[in-house]
Write a protein that binds this ligand. Structure first.
Ligand code: AHR
Length: 503
């Protein structure tokens, strides 16, 4: 099989916002406790944060991490996580039927973000709480000393404001499962008042209003329209979430899911434009895709805890999906979609980062290792920065549940002007055929291949474990070459590839 692509230096989509490679950490299961924080661990630093995990996170160069939820945030009192640790209350977490010792709060999380060179994206509780909590939390985090909340922060060890710019106005408020679930009208009105109040404190904040939890939600996409009609002038982004699953064990359909993702983004982009026109507005609102990942492997084993049959455990194993090789392809496809929609998707967070549906796994007191999906996320985050190219793609395809004529080759291209490189991320969705890919490079200087990483595996269900950490891992590719202005490479069946050229 053969596929052709034309990449022209003048045909671009948009400058990719680096923050599209963000991540998410929730007080859920072992994401925080025995994930990033484990004071008894041999690698723990003075704050009790695991050094081995911090290193794996640092390697990903994550621009920002959303915190502390998720569903958790909708019944969370941020004040429980400040002050002397031995006086912090243990609370029941109503979202996940667990308990939280509050040993990690905003100060500890901020210090960890400094350690791993990332920024915070904070979510406020608009479920069980509202405007007052939002303004108090904002003043505590960003306010000057000499005022009540700033002075309290100083008393708790931090004189300088944390200066957090990104704020999520609640979480999945369209979901009936959410503590404090609201209608679009109720939420839109509240979110607008909260946004106005937060802006009265600081005009330069970037505010994210809740869109749909999924494109299967019955309220989608009317939710977006109505919420934006209330908030258009006071927010910067609307948040979308989507999780990917292969419950039917149908790889062809599973690998077509990013067609659905693309339509979801397109529909919300159109809704934004509709409201913009209706408002006769000049300002733009963008999409924050602040929860995305594969999530289904652990569903059955989680039922007992989620149904409340296990009491209120602290940091149990919850949502611990063990990812396989097939999921590498899926994550590669999702990231390709974000690159191609970089004109509207400006923020995104893989959900989540450690242990809970995460690229990084840990054993308490033991090792930390990379799950299979760590790699496509790593390659996109490290090499997917720059300008997205508008590629013309000619590939054979197949009809699947989520799209017709879904290309066997899915590809994105990123030009990094500063480095003088172009990077292609390609997935071959064909299960038995290799595809000879030819990329015509137009308008670039004479090119050479500088890196070629390939991920393939004989078994789609292959995983990485503590005992076998490198079962699914990239290897150096051979055979990608540039001849004149043409890049050629063979894509093996079910493969993920990253090809970088100097151009
Ligand atoms: O990431 C896990 C959960 O998925 C989050 O808490 C929630 O926002 C979403 O439903």
């Amino acid at each position: 099989m053969r596929a052709t692509v034309t990449a022209h230096s003048d045909y671009t989509i948009a400058r990719i916002d680096d923050r599209v490679y963000g991540a998410f950490l929730e007080h859920l299961g072992r994401a925080i406790y025995t994930g990033i924080y484990e004071p008894d661990h041999p690698t723990a630093d003075g704050d009790g944060m695991r050094g081995d995990v911090a290193q794996l996170v640092r390697d990903l160069r994550i621009p920002m991490v959303r915190y502390p939820g998720g569903n958790f945030v909708s019944a969370y009192n941020w004040e429980d996580g400040i002050g002397p640790r031995d006086q912090r209350p243990t609370r029941l977490d109503l979202a996940w039927h667990t308990s939280d010792s509050n040993q990690v709060g905003i100060h500890e999380f901020a210090a960890w973000c400094d350690t791993v060179n990332t920024q915070m994206m904070l979510a406020i509780n608009l479920g069980s709480r509202g405007l007052d909590e939002a303004r108090n939390f904002l003043e505590y985090v960003n306010g000057p000393t000499g005022s009540y909340w700033g002075d309290l922060r100083k008393k708790n060890g931090r004189a300088d404001p944390f200066d957090v710019k990104l704020w999520c106005l609640g979480n999945e408020m369209d979901g009936p499962w959410q503590v404090g679930h609201k209608t679009a009208y109720e939420y839109g009105r509240l979110a607008n008042e909260v946004a106005k109040t937060m802006r009265a404190f600081d005009k330069s904040l970037e505010l994210i209003v809740c869109g749909s939890s999924h494109s299967n939600m019955p309220t989608y996409p009317d939710w977006e329209r109505e919420v934006l009609e209330h908030t258009y002038d006071s927010v910067d982004h609307i948040s979308l979430h989507m999780y990917f699953a292969n419950r039917e064990k149908n790889t062809a359909n599973y690998l077509s899911l990013n067609e659905k993702l693309d339509r979801y983004i397109g529909t919300v982009a159109s809704t934004i434009n509709f409201v913009k026109s209706k408002k006769r507005s000049k300002r733009d609102v963008y999409i924050s895709f602040d929860e995305w990942n594969v999530w289904y492997h652990s569903n059955k084993q989680d039922r007992a805890i989620l149904d409340g049959n296990s009491g209120w455990p602290h940091a149990p194993r919850l949502l611990e999906d063990i990812y396989n090789f097939e999921d590498v392809l899926q994550v590669g496809l999702i990231l390709n979609t974000f690159i191609r929609r970089s004109d509207v998707v400006k923020l995104a967070c893989i959900a989540q980062l450690v242990n809970v549906i995460a690229p990084i796994m840990t054993d308490p007191k033991g090792q930390a290792w990379r799950q299979t999906i760590y790699y496509p996320y790593y390659f996109a985050s490290i090499y997917g920065r720059g300008t997205a190219l508008q590629l013309a793609v000619n590939t054979p395809g197949y009809d699947a549940e989520h799209g017709d004529n879904v290309g066997y080759v899915d590809i994105s291209g990123v030009r990094n002007e500063e480095e003088g490189t172009v990077t292609f991320f390609a997935v071959n969705r064909h299960g038995s055929d290799s595809i000879d890919l030819e990329v015509s490079l137009e308008g670039f200087a004479a090119a050479t291949v500088i890196d070629h990483q390939v991920m393939t595996h004989a078994n789609l269900e292959a995983v990485n474990t503590a005992a076998d950490q490198h079962n699914v891992a990239p290897r150096q590719g051979a055979g990608a070459r540039v001849d004149g202005s043409s890049l050629s490479v063979r894509l093996p069946p079910y493969s993920y590839q990253m090809i970088r050229i100097k151009a």
